[in-house]
Every structure is written in structure tokens, then in C-alpha cells.
Design a binder for this molecule. Structure first.
Ligand code: DAH
Length: 340
């Protein structure tokens, strides 16, 4: 019997449980009513009297050891359970989710939209895949105009010609075909040209086109609208100047410069030491264009303008390489966080 008890004692001492279930099995095995220890106690009466005391003491030790073992393991489970609980603190603030930032071209486009909205211009869009009529012919481009060349235009189909639009002026035609004057709208969008990619040019870029058609619209209206625009976008101190130019769809045509917003007009490498930077083309809508859209050019006149969003964004934020807009480099984009 002594041997048996010692063996159980060893078993109990070396016992360990991985979970509460195993521990309960252990308790049932040794300490329950029908367990080993109860049974051993009941056998005491069969032991020779002279050994009874010793066996009794050993049995008490066995009982104590198993009880202690159970307590110890119970405690261990409780601690680890509590630990598990404290990992799940529902009152902790949620993990920080990194928000994206708006692309600088979107920021500037939105700003341009807002500036013109304030003086009554609506916003319209047209398709990026255009036919020859809307991109060239209706805009008074002569048959042999170099812009129609394969070198400048991405054609999708030839005869009849379908191409990626080379400018947002095509939207002018669509809007005039589908609306009666007065028309006062701007058309932001993406345009495509077959150009070698460099710091100053890309085959994809963005423009905003403007169109105002009504009775008695004059070049003075055009100038006043664009003065307002330049001051709103680049600041109250911005000066403007118009230089004569040529576009097939406007007559007369002009290009507008603003005083260099980097050096304030005193001369720097951005304005090539002239003090001026060009920001857009404009002019009075050519009567041929109005007639192509079934608008009576004797009754109506109008002005149009077009600008590159990349160029304006580069000037506004002093960005020196246009390719940065298309590379999605997070270090570049992060600098515009918070802007809308
Ligand atoms: N479409 C011209 C371009 O892409 C820009 C332009 C110039 C638009 C004069 C106009 C305008 O509406 O009147 O270079």
C-alpha cells in the first residue's frame, strides 16, 4: 500500500494540465467520492495496526498534494483567462486609419470650377473619344492643319476618323449643338497628345475650357472674366497681359500671361527672366464655329478660353517636373494632405 501511495504521489506531483477540462478529470480521478484517495482511505481498516498511522499520514499528504496541485493549476488558468480578457479592451480608441489626400490636379481643378461657378458658369463634360467633326472640323481646323497629323493625335480609327480628343475645345461644339444661347459653361477634362514625355510635356494631361455665348458679348467681357479669374486663383496682386495669337476657332485670338507668381515680376528662371508666364489661350468664337453649331453669328457672339491644369498647378505649387503628377509617389502626394 505504501508503494502504491508513493507512486500516486509521484503521479500527482508530475501532473500538469493544458486546460480546465483536464484538470477536472484529474480532480475526479483522485478526489471525487469514488476517487482513488477516498478508496485508499476506506482501505485503511485493512492495514496492520502498526502501519496504520504511517499510512494515514501518507494518505493525508497525498490528499493535500492533489488539492494543492488543483489549486495551483486553477490559478494558472484564471490568470491566463484574465490576460485574454484584458487584451480585449473595448474602450480603447480604434486604430488610426490613414486617409488618402486629394491629387494636386484635382485640387486646382476644383478651385477653378468654384471660381467660375461664382460668376454663373455651369460645368459640363464631354467624351474623351471624339470624332473628327467635334475635335477638328467644326472648330474650323483646315483640312491640312498639322494638329490633325498622326504625329500629334492618337487615332483609334481612320476613315471615318475617331481619336482621343486633343483638347477640351471639342466640348464647346457638343454644348453649342445641344443648347441654345445664352451659354455660360466650363468644361474640365482629360486630353491626349502624341508627345514625348518630359518634365514639361506628357501624352495625357488636363484642360479646362470656357465658353460664353450670348447677344453682345465682347472682348471686354472676355478680359474682365479672365482678370477676375487670375486674381482669384493667384492672388489680388496678380497682373495680367494679353498677347495676340492664333487659333482656328477664335478670331481675334490671344494668349494671357500673368505676372510671375514666383518672383512677382522681377525675373527668375521660372519666367525665364521676363516677369511673365503664359497660362491660357482665348479669343472671340469664330463666326464659322457658331454657324457649324447652327447658332446665328449675326445675332450671337461669344468668347472661349482654354487652359492646362498641369501648367497652372505647377505655377501655383512651384512643381518643376510634370511627370510627378502621374507617378503616384506617396511622398509627393502626401504634401497635399488637408487641401480640398
Ligand atoms: N484648345 C487650345 C489648346 O489646346 C486652347 C484654347 C485656345 C482653347 C484658345 C480656347 C481658345 O477655347 O479660345 O491649345
Amino acid at each position: 500500500m505504501k508503494e502504491k501511495i508513493k507512486q500516486y504521489l509521484e503521479e500527482i506531483n508530475s501532473f500538469s494540465a493544458d486546460n480546465a477540462e483536464q484538470l477536472e478529470q484529474f480532480r475526479i480521478k483522485y478526489l471525487s467520492k469514488k476517487g482513488i484517495i477516498t478508496e485508499l482511505f476506506s482501505e485503511i481498516k485493512n492495514v496492520d495496526k502498526e502501519y496504520r498511522k504511517e499510512i494515514g499520514l501518507l494518505l493525508n499528504e497525498l490528499k493535500k498534494s492533489s488539492q494543492e496541485k488543483i489549486n495551483l493549476l486553477k490559478q494558472k488558468f484564471e490568470i491566463s483567462q484574465e490576460k485574454g480578457k484584458s487584451d480585449l479592451d473595448l474602450t480603447l480608441p480604434a486604430d488610426f486609419v490613414q486617409l488618402g489626400s486629394r491629387h494636386p490636379l484635382s485640387i486646382v481643378r476644383n478651385e477653378i470650377n468654384k471660381i467660375f461657378s461664382r460668376i454663373g458658369f455651369t460645368i459640363a463634360e464631354g467624351p474623351e473619344i471624339e470624332d473628327d467633326w467635334h475635335n477638328f472640323t467644326a472648330l474650323n481646323f483646315p483640312e491640312e492643319h498639322p494638329a490633325r497629323d498622326m504625329q500629334d493625335t492618337f487615332f483609334i480609327e481612320k476613315n471615318p476618323d475617331i481619336a482621343l480628343r486633343t483638347h477640351t475645345s471639342s466640348v464647346q461644339i457638343r454644348v453649342m449643338e445641344n443648347n441654345k444661347p445664352p451659354i455660360r459653361s466650363i468644361f474640365p477634362g482629360r486630353v491626349f497628345r502624341n508627345e514625348a514625355i518630359s518634365a514639361r510635356a506628357h501624352c495625357i494631361f488636363h484642360q479646362v475650357e470656357g465658353l460664353y455665348i450670348d447677344k453682345n458679348v465682347s472682348f471686354a467681357d472676355l478680359k474682365q472674366t479672365l482678370y477676375y479669374f487670375a486674381k482669384e486663383l493667384f492672388g489680388e496682386d496678380t497682373k495680367t497681359r494679353f498677347r495676340p495669337s492664333y487659333f482656328p476657332f477664335t478670331e481675334p485670338s490671344a494668349e494671357m500671361d500673368i505676372s510671375c507668381n514666383i518672383c512677382g515680376g522681377s525675373g527668375c528662371n521660372i519666367c525665364k527672366y521676363t516677369g511673365w508666364v503664359e497660362i491660357l489661350g482665348c479669343g472671340m468664337v469664330d463666326p464659322n464655329v457658331l454657324e457649324n453649331c447652327n447658332i446665328d453669328s449675326k445675332e450671337y457672339t461669344g468668347f472661349a478660353f482654354g487652359m492646362g491644369i498641369e501648367r497652372i498647378t505647377m505655377l501655383k505649387y512651384q512643381i518643376k517636373d510634370l511627370r510627378l503628377f502621374f507617378e503616384n509617389d506617396i511622398r509627393f502626394l502626401k504634401q497635399f494632405e488637408g487641401a480640398i
